[in-house]
Design a binder for this molecule. Structure first.
Ligand SMILES: Cc1cc2nc3c(=O)[nH]c(=O)nc-3n(C[C@H](O)[C@H](O)[C@H](O)COP(=O)(O)OP(=O)(O)OC[C@H]3O[C@@H](n4cnc5c(N)ncnc54)[C@H](O)[C@@H]3O)c2cc1C
Length: 458
C-alpha cells in the first residue's frame, strides 16, 4: 500500500472504473492549475462522460467528505479550478457534445465541456448567434463560462453569459440532479435559481447541461477606429457616441502605455495617446450609415486619426490592432498582472488617471485597456520577473482595488473571485453580504466538499 495514495482511491476506482478515474502523475499534474499561477495536484482526476457518473462521484465524495473541484478547460484567471485541498479534480472536458441547435426555438442545448468558439461556429452555420465572447473563447468551456459568468467586448450591447442561460442541469452537492428553467425565452416559475448557479464558480453545483438562448446572426458589421491626443478626449468620445443614440456591439479603449508597446510591436497602430474602437452590427445599409455618422462624430470629438472598415478583411485588420495589445505587452518582456476592474460608466477617465497615478506612486508600469462601454478596463501591472511577489507590487494592487471601490466600482468584472481575489474579499463586501453567501453555501453544501478553499474559505 502506497501511503501517499488516500485510502478511498481504490474504492472510487472500483465505483467508476479507470476510464473515468485517472491516478497517473501526468494527468494529475495537468489538472493542478489554470492560467493564474497557483497550483495544487489533486489525488485523482475524474473524467466523466455522463451526468449519472457525476452524480455517483458527488455522492461518493459526500459520503467520504472528499474535496471535489469542478474544472472546465482550466483557462480561468483566478485559480478557480485549483484543487487547493487535493481530493478530486472533476474535469467536464469530455462532456463536450452540442446536443441540439434549434433555429425555430432559438436555443442550443450543450454539455458543459463544449468550447465556446466551437458553439459559436456551429450556430453561425445555421444563421444564429451566440454573443458571449471572452477573449479565451477558443479554449474556455461553456461550463466554465457559466460558472464565471464570462463576458467580453460584446457585453455592451448583448450582455454577459448570464443573459444567454435559459436552463441548466445542475448536480447539487448532495448528488441530486435539478433542472432549472428550460427552452422558453421567458420563465417566471419560482425563484431565478439558474442565476444563483451562474457565476457561482463551481461552489454551489456542477453544470452538466445548459440550454442557451440564441439570437439571429446580424448580417453586417462595421468597425471604426480613432486615436486621440489624450485619454480624456477618448473617454468624452465614448460618451458622445452613446449620447448620439448608438448602441455599438463593442467599444474598446487603450491608454498611451499600451499604444506605445503596440507601436514597438507592429507598425500598423496609428499615432496618438489613446485608442478607441467602435464596432456596429445590424443590417448592411443601416450599419454603413451608422459607421459614417460615428466616424464624423469621432472627428468632431477631436480624433487625431479615424479609420473605417466595412469589408470583412478590413474589419479583421482593425480588430487585429486591438488583439495585438496583449501580444505587444508580452513582447515588452515584463510580467503582466491582469486586473479586470470595473467602474461606473461615467468614470472611465478616472481609470486612466488612476493608472497614471499608480505608475508614479509605485514606480511600476501600468497598461490600461478594455471594454470602455462597460467601464470594465483591464489594468495590467507590468514589472520585471525579479519583482514578482515583492511588497511594492502588492501595495500597487491594494491601492488599485481600494481606489476602484472608492469610485463605486468593483474589483472584478469578468474573471471572478476564486483564489486570486480572496485576500480582498472582506474589504470588497459587507459582513451582511458575506453572511448571505455563507448561508447559501451551507444550505447546499453543509460539509463544504464542493470547491473548498476559495474566497468563502473552507
Ligand atoms: C488569454 C485569456 C483571456 C481571457 N479573456 C477573458 C475574457 O475576455 N472574459 C472573461 O470573462 N474571462 C476571460 N478569461 C478568463 C477565463 O477564460 C474565463 O473565466 C472562462 O470562463 C474559464 O473557462 P474554463 O472552461 O477555462 O473554466 P476553468 O478555468 O476550468 O474553471 C473556472 C471556474 O469554473 C468552475 N467550473 C468549470 N466548469 C464547471 C462546471 N461544469 N460546473 C460548475 N463549475 C464549473 C471551476 O470550478 C472554476 O471555479 C481569459 C483567460 C485567458 C487565459
Amino acid at each position: 500500500v502506497n501511503p501517499a495514495v488516500p485510502r478511498w482511491v481504490p474504492r472510487l476506482l472500483r465505483l467508476l472504473g479507470p476510464s473515468v478515474i485517472r491516478t497517473d502523475a501526468a494527468t494529475r499534474a495537468g489538472h493542478a492549475g489554470d492560467a493564474w499561477h497557483a497550483a495544487h495536484t489533486p489525488d485523482v482526476v475524474a473524467l466523466p462522460r455522463r451526468a449519472a457518473q457525476v452524480q455517483a462521484l458527488v455522492r461518493f465524495c459526500q459520503r467520504h467528505r472528499i474535496p471535489l473541484t469542478p474544472r472546465g478547460s482550466g483557462r480561468g484567471y483566478v485559480g478557480g479550478c485549483v484543487p487547493v485541498h487535493a481530493g478530486v479534480s472533476l474535469s467536464l472536458a469530455r462532456m463536450n457534445r452540442i446536443l441540439e441547435v434549434d433555429a425555430d426555438d432559438y436555443v442550443a442545448v450543450v454539455e458543459p465541456g463544449v468550447i465556446t468558439g466551437d458553439l459559436q461556429r456551429a450556430v453561425a452555420a445555421r444563421g444564429l448567434f451566440y454573443p458571449p465572447d471572452p477573449a479565451s473563447l477558443e479554449e474556455s468551456s461553456i461550463g466554465g463560462n457559466i460558472a464565471t459568468n464570462a463576458g467580453g467586448p460584446r457585453c455592451l450591447k448583448y450582455g454577459v453569459t448570464r443573459n444567454y442561460v435559459l436552463g441548466l442541469d445542475i448536480v447539487l452537492p448532495n448528488g441530486d440532479l435539478v433542472r432549472t428553467g428550460g427552452r422558453t425565452h421567458k420563465n417566471k416559475l419560482g425563484f431565478n435559481l439558474g442565476d444563483l448557479f451562474t457565476g457561482s464558480e463551481g461552489m454551489l453545483g456542477i453544470v452538466t447541461q445548459a440550454t442557451l438562448r440564441l439570437l439571429p446572426q446580424p448580417p453586417a458589421r462595421s468597425v471604426v477606429v480613432a486615436t486621440f491626443g489624450t485619454a480624456t478626449a477618448a473617454a468624452a468620445a465614448v460618451q458622445a457616441v452613446l449620447r448620439a443614440g448608438f448602441l455599438p456591439s463593442a467599444m474598446e479603449v487603450a491608454d498611451a502605455f499600451t499604444l506605445a508597446a503596440a507601436r514597438r510591436y507592429t507598425r500598423h497602430t496609428p499615432p496618438g495617446n489613446a485608442f478607441l474602437l467602435v464596432e456596429l452590427d445590424g443590417q448592411p445599409a443601416s450599419v454603413r450609415g451608422e459607421a459614417a455618422t460615428v466616424s464624423a462624430l469621432l472627428k468632431k470629438a477631436r480624433a487625431l486619426r479615424v479609420l473605417k472598415a466595412v469589408t470583412p478583411a478590413a474589419i479583421e485588420k482593425l480588430w487585429s490592432m486591438r488583439r495585438d495589445f496583449s501580444y505587444s505587452l508580452r513582447a515588452t518582456g515584463l510580467l503582466k498582472m491582469n486586473q479586470d476592474i470595473v467602474v461606473p460608466r461615467g468614470l472611465l477617465v478616472d481609470v486612466f488617471r488612476l493608472a497614471a497615478r499608480l505608475r508614479r506612486d509605485h514606480h511600476i508600469n501600468v497598461s490600461a485597456f478594455g471594454h470602455a462601454g462597460d467601464g470594465n478596463i483591464h489594468v495590467n501591472l507590468m514589472f520585471p520577473a525579479d519583482d514578482d511577489g515583492k511588497p511594492h507590487i502588492r501595495r500597487a494592487v491594494d491601492d488599485l482595488f481600494r481606489s476602484v471601490l472608492a469610485l463605486g466600482g468593483t474589483i472584478t468584472g469578468e474573471h471572478g473571485t476564486g483564489l486570486a481575489r480572496k485576500p480582498w474579499w472582506n474589504e470588497a463586501t459587507s459582513p451582511e453580504l458575506r453572511r448571505l453567501h455563507h448561508t447559501l453555501k451551507n444550505a447546499l453544501d453543509p460539509r463544504g466538499i464542493l470547491n473548498p478553499g476559495k474566497f468563502l474559505g473552507g
